[in-house]
Design a protein around this ligand. Structure first.
Ligand code: B3K
Ligand code: ZN
Length: 882
């Protein structure tokens, strides 16, 4: 497929100032009349106007009201010999019912929805489908009144009324100019939860959440989250809601999480609908952060947008950072903030680090793509958010807020670049470390790969001096063999066992318990003074930079940090390092698998579990072993079955060695009373759920029937979905005989609730493989009457859960890979975007040991040889094979 390069960017040859769209909505043949005011961009050489289109039927083109000649060049409509300014009128039709790609205008449960980012608007009408062309939109919708009673678009409703033949209309005008990727319409039978608010600054707004009428009772949490979002953005950054009406609409057919269309966010139902009976704590948190994320885009993305799609992280990295900060600020306690931070870092390390080390590795600001949808990645989003976080770490909260204010002062209403953002941050903070090293800092945008930082310390007891040498390297990535040094902020403290954090001075400065070391050279020394005892260095606190830290700490030093580090992130990190070290030794060693963990590590986990000064949520994270995929990333030659066997053995060991402690933890943290999704009570549920899983696992060995019986009872009488799901998962994961009746009940109880049935599929597809039974189970589920691959949520819940289950997917006979290829090709035929995500499952095939490696390679080659692959999937598999 043709490659688009960042360096080829040129401003548009024409501007579109106004767009007046009128839709005659019909499921099989929707008619779209598009009237534009177009103006030549005098700063560009004269050239024809090339409008993008995709799967449209073109009926008529008028320039200044006159028929005109035009050419087609592939999908583009080309007009030549145009005046400098003119009215352009284009009439097309499209077929929403046949739109299985869910890009452009489509139908979901008899309701019309649109998805335009990145390049879906061209599937609605011919246009300059690029984010630097911003226009004022007005939209008239006409549709059958009974079947499509609610008609929505961006902005304000200015007119509505009844038409003949049972139809009606609504006219919407968006007061803000916007790129077409933020355009949206919705038409169907929906009901809204409404809330009028008065903001801190006194303005009044109407918030609405539209869902299918039967789902109204599941919108309270989404509305609360939206109200919190509005208040937070105004309080933390002074960013106000700029619309009279802000709408969120939910659909069950959606390619991703949600979309920030101006004033009319469209959401996957997964991130809107929740009730205690149907949604888990994780779902409640997901809703809060995605509602926040899309709302925050109203400023970071919509008021200031991207010049081109290479700049995607300008809005995505920044908005992820903002939604992370929002969730942390709502969490309130320091411990709950740390838990959120640990969860975010876990995602980064288990998904983004592998991406950055594999065939799809790309900089936060990519240099090229074949299909832009393939670059909505964890690198652009999550690593991009870490880059934004580093500005805040270097500048402080206030300096960062000043930088953001300057960014809006300069660029409100514009389409800009990552460089513009960096410049505003720097200019607002003259003399700062960032300003001093700005060009070098910007390498975070241009260089791919996860940097390695090595730390070596030396203590001079007599001089009470501690010298820390930090050095950095970065591995090669596709197209980037050599890397230049990064600017890496390393927040550091020195912990003296038995005394806690030492107040020390750095290079003769004021004594403090934490210092931000800024590593800019390949290697640098930092000298701490007044170090009164031999310390254990606590580095990269709060995960202050997205790097791998190599540090030779002994088991005893790690145990000291786990018990005493004042930074909860690093306390957790020390525990994980210790566990990882022992698990990896068991994977690579030949030793027996009965007990991969050493006694002192188990004892430390026990005392963490029993501590009364820690939150349950934090304890649950400390007591959760590193994931199989994170373990695999540390190895050169991965045998996924061996990794699985070792991790499972360690889980059994923990279940056994801490049996009495798990029983205590369950009884102590068990649900008591009404459900609230706050961090404290959800943390208790999380720890109780972990404990129950361990106790049921242990019962497999001991033959005990008490804990499985308790779990089964819970699957029947749990007061909320978090507990019900945890109990069902405990039985399913242990392969217990009670799992089947529990699953049957679960299905019967929630047969009408699609999001819960998604959980039912996911739970089974993600369960440990026992003797190779997982694939057969998944194949049987594929034939279940509730399965439907055309619904992305359902496809993800079964097929993606299976490929994300390492021991089930990586079979010595390669049958998991064959299944992957078949599903991938089937889905690619109707929804390339979803297929391209599934294609990523074999990104890391070159790391696999035999026989997995050859089997995976063979299936990848078969996919690549398929004659009618989408360009989405082609780009992924060609990179994987390169
Ligand atoms: N901006 C959208 C993502 C669009 C994805 C297009 N393939 C959602 C978000 O990041 O908020
Ligand atoms: Zn986003």
């Amino acid at each position: 497929p043709p490659v688009i390069r960042r360096e080829d960017y040129a401003p548009p040859a024409y501007w579109i100032d106004t767009v007046d769209l009128s839709f005659d909505l019909d499921p099989t043949k929707t008619r779209v009349l598009n009237r534009m005011r177009v103006r030549r961009n005098a700063e560009q050489p004269p050239q024809p106007l090339r409008l993008d289109g995709d799967e449209l039927n073109l009926a008529r083109v008028l320039v200044n009201g006159q028929g005109t000649s035009f050419k087609m060049d592939g999908d583009q409509l080309v007009l030549d010999g145009l005046p400098d300014e003119f009215d352009l009128e284009i009439f097309t039709t499209c077929n929403p019912e046949k739109n299985t790609k869910l890009m452009g205008l489509y139908l979901s449960q008899d309701t019309f929805f649109t998805q335009c980012e990145a390049e879906g608007f061209r599937r609605i009408t011919y246009f300059l489908d690029r984010p630097d062309v911003m226009a004022s939109f007005s939209v008239t919708l006409r549709a059958d009144r009974k079947r499509f009673p609610v008609l929505l678009s961006n902005g304000n409703l200015v007119e509505q009324g009844v038409l003949e033949d049972g139809r009606h209309f609504a006219k919407w005008v968006d007061p803000h100019r916007k790129p077409c990727y933020l355009f949206a319409i919705v038409a169907g039978c929906l009901a809204a939860r409404e809330q009028r608010i008065v903001t801190e600054s006194g303005s009044e707004h109407l918030l609405q959440i539209y869902v299918r009428p039967g789902d109204l009772d599941k919108t309270e949490h989404a509305m609360q989250s939206l109200m919190h979002s509005v208040a937070w953005d105004e309080a933390r950054f002074g960013l106000k809601l700029d619309l009279e009406r802000f709408m969120v609409v939910a659909t069950s057919d959606f390619n991703m999480g949600a979309m920030e269309n101006k004033g009319l966010n469209i959401f996957n139902t997964k991130y809107v609908l929740a009730s205690p009976a149907t949604a888990t704590d994780v779902d409640f948190d997901g809703i809060e952060s995605v509602i926040g994320h899309e709302y925050f885009h109203n400023w970071t993305g919509n008021r200031v947008t991207c010049r081109d799609w290479f700049q995607l992280s300008l809005k995505e990295g920044l908005t992820v950072f903002r939604d992370q900060e929002f969730s942390m600020d709502l969490a309130r306690t320091a411990s709950a903030r740390a838990v959120k931070r640990i969860e975010d870092v876990r995602v980064l390390r288990t998904v983004q680090f592998p991406e950055d080390a594999g065939p799809m590795a790309h900089p936060v600001r990519p240099d090229q793509y074949a299909e832009i949808n393939n670059f909505y990645t964890v690198t652009v989003y999550e690593k991009g958010a870490e880059v934004v976080r580093m500005y805040q770490t270097l500048l402080g909260r206030e300096g960062f807020a000043k930088g953001l204010a300057l960014y809006f002062e300069r660029h409100d209403g514009q389409a800009v670049t990552c460089d513009d953002f960096a410049q505003a941050m720097s200019d607002a903070n003259p003399g700062s470390t960032l300003a001093l090293h700005l060009d070098q800092f910007k390498r975070w945008y241009s260089q791919a790969g996860t940097p390695r930082v090595t730390a070596v310390g030396q203590y001079d007891a007599e001089g009470q001096r501690y010298t820390l040498t930090l050095s950095q390297t970065c591995p090669a990535t596709p197209g980037q063999a050599e890397k230049q040094p990064f600017v890496i902020p390393v927040i550091a403290g020195l912990v003296a066992p038995g005394q806690g954090d030492l107040a020390v001075s750095l290079h003769g400065g004021e004594p403090a318990t934490a210092h931000t070391l800024v590593l800019t050279e390949p290697s640098q020394q930092f000298v701490f003074e007044r170090v009164t005892a031999e310390p254990v260095p606590s580095l990269l606190r709060g995960f202050s930079a997205p790097v791998v830290l190599n540090q030779d700490l002994s088991d005893a030093e790690l145990l000291a940090l786990l018990a005493q580090d004042s930074d909860p992130f690093n306390a957790w990190e020390a525990g994980q390092r210790l566990l990882m070290r022992q698990l990896l030794a068991a994977v690579t060693g030949a030793g027996d698998l009965a007990a991969p963990l050493q006694a002192d590590a188990v004892a430390a986990l026990r005392s963490t579990l029993r501590r009364s000064d820690l939150d349950a949520a934090f304890k649950a994270l400390v007591l959760t072993l590193p994931t199989e995929s994170y373990l695999a990333e540390q190895l050169a030659d991965v045998d996924p079955q061996r990794v699985h066997a070792v991790r499972e053995a360690a889980r059994r060991q923990l279940a056994r060695d801490l049996a009495a402690d798990w029983a205590w933890a369950f009884d102590e943290h068990e649900d008591n009373g009404s459900y609230r999704p706050d961090p404290v009570s959800s943390g208790r549920r999380s720890l109780a759920g972990l404990a129950l899983g361990m106790l049921v696992e242990l019962a497999r060995e001991t033959g005990d029937s008490v804990w499985p019986g308790k779990a089964y009872q819970r699957t029947k009488d749990a007061g909320n979905m978090t507990d019900r799901y945890a109990a069902t998962a405990a039985l399913v994961n242990a392969g217990h005989a009670l799992a089947q009746p529990a699953l049957t009940r679960f299905h019967d109880l929630f047969a009408d609730d699609a999001l819960v049935i998604d959980k039912w599929f996911a739970l089974q597809a993600a369960a440990p493989d026992r003797g190779g039974d997982a694939l057969g189970r998944v194949e049987a589920l594929l034939r279940h009457p509730d399965f439907n691959a055309r619904n992305p949520n359902r496809a993800r819940s079964l097929i993606f859960s299976f490929t994300g289950n390492p021991a089930a997917f990586h079979r010595t006979d390669g049958a998991g890979y064959t299944f992957w290829r078949e599903q991938l090709l089937a889905i690619d035929a109707f929804n390339p975007q979803v297929a391209a995500r599934l294609a990523r499952a074999l990104d890391r095939w070159k790391k696999l040991a035999e026989p997995y490696r050859s089997a995976a390679h063979g299936e990848l080659q078969k996919v690549a040889a398929h004659p009618s692959l989408s360009k989405d999937v082609r780009e992924i598999v060609e990179k994987a094979l390169a």
